[in-house]
Design a protein around this ligand. Structure first.
Ligand code: IVH
Length: 685
């Protein structure tokens, strides 16, 4: 008993320490210990929890991503509705709100709190007895979606708070993706051939509305708490400002740019200051929220419909401008997509000169009825590529030209539409909004291919940037990625190139040479097969001996691999059916870029060679997730017990036949607890 007491104390001490350092790192941005020291604390805690599972609690910092994917989001009723905000678009509108408010309050003086209106996703977090119990979206204000599991993965969301906190309370705040994280995410998605997010708001919303919390956990989401929803069982401060301070003291992340003012003049100054500085913020803000500080006064003011009278969103001027659209041009993306974009008369929008803007796809151009020669509104939403909002129809002269992509790329000599870069045929797959160039050797595509091939997650060849690869292509040094490896034969000519001294040629060739040793997984990823991102490449590298083996795989064989669906299998077989790609692979082989499956990729994983069958229901996660975990550690997961089965994992209400067969064969059985312990132990090694 005594020993157990000691253990419990030690566990609690570790949890406190980890929570403290988590808070320093994720909320205050001011860590006190190194990452390695932090990891050591987490390791110690995990070891103890594994040995003494009776002390494992859901609020433990080891349990942020423990949960299974939810089948669908449940519904959460908000005990107090989540309101939205009325808008003010000018100083006059703000003043008139202020005058109205002042009059309703009987002309007594009142303070105002200013906060940034962050462009993210509103959430409500409920804590009971110090524990986070529910996290929900705003929904329609009365009922939201239950996204507790994904919100738990955000490091700045406390899983538990001090016992001094009210026994039951709700805080509200904005989940957002910092601008830098947004760009990184989109780069990754572009490379993996996934659609990119239009703005950080969509990216944040898409990230928390994931069925699998592990996906959310990989996104660098953050949160600012902007108000106390309600508190029961304890008196809390009676001004908004003091409540924010109080929430900060409980461990919540509160925006340090918030400010308290005594006059509307100061509000206007704050607003003007941030209009000039908004680009320097690590998040996207589209205005200032102005709130009456006294909660008693807030209650007296009440609300109309969804909008409180005690607060208003003072919107930053939209970064929009108008200009003439000279021409709709077409660029070719990595996967061969033909992307229409607008060439504009240069126009200054929010201090930045814009000459081009995105148009997404042809359907979009048609829907908005954007014509060449039109006057258009363009918008620059913070960090994202400027876009054409729509035409200003009243300014039309009749000379504008309707846009038709096929007409635009019609090649008279060939008598058919052709890729504007290489002249190859173009197709539009059914159910897609995009046209594609069918030539994988199209220089525009190859330029993107090289970008992916040399990137960090792929062959990691330093020194080949956009402009150098464009130059190598234009000057005919390379025609595809494999040609990089024959550059050494052209060393002399290379040093004649602009900005290429002997030294930089040497460095470049050396970097290319060492990349020959990259793993099979990296090479598979580097080939840029559609739908094959880094993780999928890793999975394939564990299944196939080398590129030949993968090339020869039938779609049946591919489909047998857990995690490979019809879309991926089709994309892989299509890739290897293209003669251009086979040529590249042959060139790679000749150049000695021929990694094989190495023990590091499959056999060295801790569960390699072990076969698992699972029967019955597991508490910790669904059977599918359990199988995925086994595979991630190199094991295999099967549906039936055979002589090859290493372990039968027995959950609740196990199926009779598997158990009987295991008993007959003498297969080792694991309880769920033993299974979890085994996974955890192997994962750490
Ligand atoms: S206060 C009654 N404060 O703006 C007050 N909202 O249209 C309700 N938002 O859905 C919200 N930053 O997601 C408040 N500092 C801030 C905010 C903020 C962003 C969002 C919030 C809400 C929307 C209101």
């Amino acid at each position: 008993m005594n020993e157990l007491n000691q253990v419990e104390k030690q566990i609690n001490r570790l949890k406190e320490q980890i929570n403290h350092h988590n808070y320093r790192y994720h909320v205050l941005d001011s860590p006190e210990i190194s990452d390695a020291e932090y990891d050591q604390l987490v390791r110690e805690l995990k070891q103890l929890e594994e040995k003494y599972p009776q002390f494992l609690t859901p609020d433990s910092p080891t349990q942020r991503v423990g949960a299974a994917p939810v089948e669908a989001f449940g519904v959460v009723e908000h005990p107090y509705p989540l309101l939205s905000l009325g808008n003010a678009f000018s100083e006059e509108e703000l003043t008139s709100w202020y005058t109205r408010t002042s009059r309703t309050l009987g002309d007594e003086h009142f303070d105002l709190v200013c906060e940034h209106k962050i462009d993210g996703l509103a959430v409500a977090l409920t804590y009971v007895d110090g524990q986070l119990v529910t996290g929900a979206t705003r929904g329609d204000g009365f009922r939201g979606e239950n996204i507790t599991q994904t919100l738990r993965t955000i490091r700045s969301v406390p899983l538990s708070v001090s016992r001094d906190a009210p026994p039951r309370f709700e805080v509200r705040g904005e989940v957002f993706l910092p601008v830098a994280g947004f760009h990184r995410l989109n780069e990754e998605r572009a490379q993996e051939g996934q659609p990119i997010f239009a703005n950080p708001r969509n990216a944040a919303a898409g990230s928390v509305r994931q069925l699998d919390p592990r996906t959310t956990a990989r996104r660098p989401l953050d949160i600012y708490i902007y108000m106390l929803g309600y508190a029961e069982g304890k008196t809390v401060p009676d001004t908004h400002w003091d409540r924010l301070d109080y929430l900060k003291s409980l461990g919540f992340k509160v925006n340090p740019n918030n400010a308290l003012f005594g006059s509307i003049k100061e509000v206007e100054e704050y607003y003007q200051r941030w209009i000039s500085n908004r680009e320097s913020l690590p998040y996207e803000a589209d205005g200032v929220v102005v709130k009456v500080n006294s909660v008693i006064r807030q209650d007296r003011l009440g609300s109309v419909g969804h909008e409180p009278r005690w607060a208003i969103a003072y919107k930053f001027p939209a970064v929009e401008g108008t200009t003439r659209l000279k021409e709709i041009a077409i660029s070719v993306g990595r996967t061969g997509t033909l992307n229409p974009y607008a060439i504009l008369e240069p126009v200054k929008v929010g201090g930045v000169t814009i000459k081009q803007a995105a148009l997404h796809n042809e359907d979009d151009v048609r829907r908005k009825d954007i014509r060449e020669g039109d006057w258009v509104t363009v918008r620059r939403a913070g960090e994202v590529i400027p876009e054409v909002v729509g035409p200003i129809v009243s300014k039309r002269t009749g000379k504008e030209k309707e846009y038709n992509l096929l007409e635009k790329i019609f090649d008279k000599a060939k008598g058919r539409p052709a890729c504007p870069v290489c002249g190859a045929e173009v197709v539009r797959p059914e159910n897609e909004a995009m046209y594609y160039c069918t030539n994988t050797a199209c220089p525009a595509q190859v330029h993107h291919d090289i970008g992916l091939f040399v990137s960090r997650g792929a062959m990691d060849i330093r020194g080949i940037g956009e402009s150098l690869s464009a130059m190598l292509l234009n000057e005919g040094f390379i025609r595809d990625v494999a040609d990089l490896y024959s550059l050494k034969e052209k060393q002399e000519q290379l040093s004649q190139l602009e900005k290429m001294g002997e030294k930089s040629v040497d460095n470049l060739l050396a970097a290319i040479e060492v990349s020959k040793d990259r793993s099979l997984a990296r090479l598979i990823y580097a080939l840029g097969i559609r739908h094959v991102g880094g993780e999928m490449a890793q999975l394939l590298a564990g299944e196939f001996d080398d590129l030949d083996d993968l090339k020869n795989a039938s779609s049946e064989r591919l489909l047998e691999i857990e995690g490979v669906g019809p879309k991926i299998a089709e994309s892989i077989t299509k890739f290897f059916a293209q003669p251009e790609n086979l040529k590249i692979i042959e060139k790679l082989r000749e150049a000695g870029v021929w990694p094989r499956r190495t023990p590091a990729e499959a056999d060295k994983l801790p569960l390699a060679g072990m076969e698992f069958v699972i029967t019955g229901c597991l508490d910790a996660f669904s059977r599918e997730v359990a199988q995925e975990r086994v595979k991630a550690l190199g094991g295999t997961a099967k549906d039936n017990v055979t002589r090859n089965t290493t372990y039968l994992v027995v959950g609740e209400d196990p199926g009779g036949s598997k158990l009987t067969r295991a008993q007959a064969l003498g297969t080792r059985q694991l309880t769920e607890e033993e299974f979890l312990a085994l996974l955890e132990k192997q994962r750490r090694q």
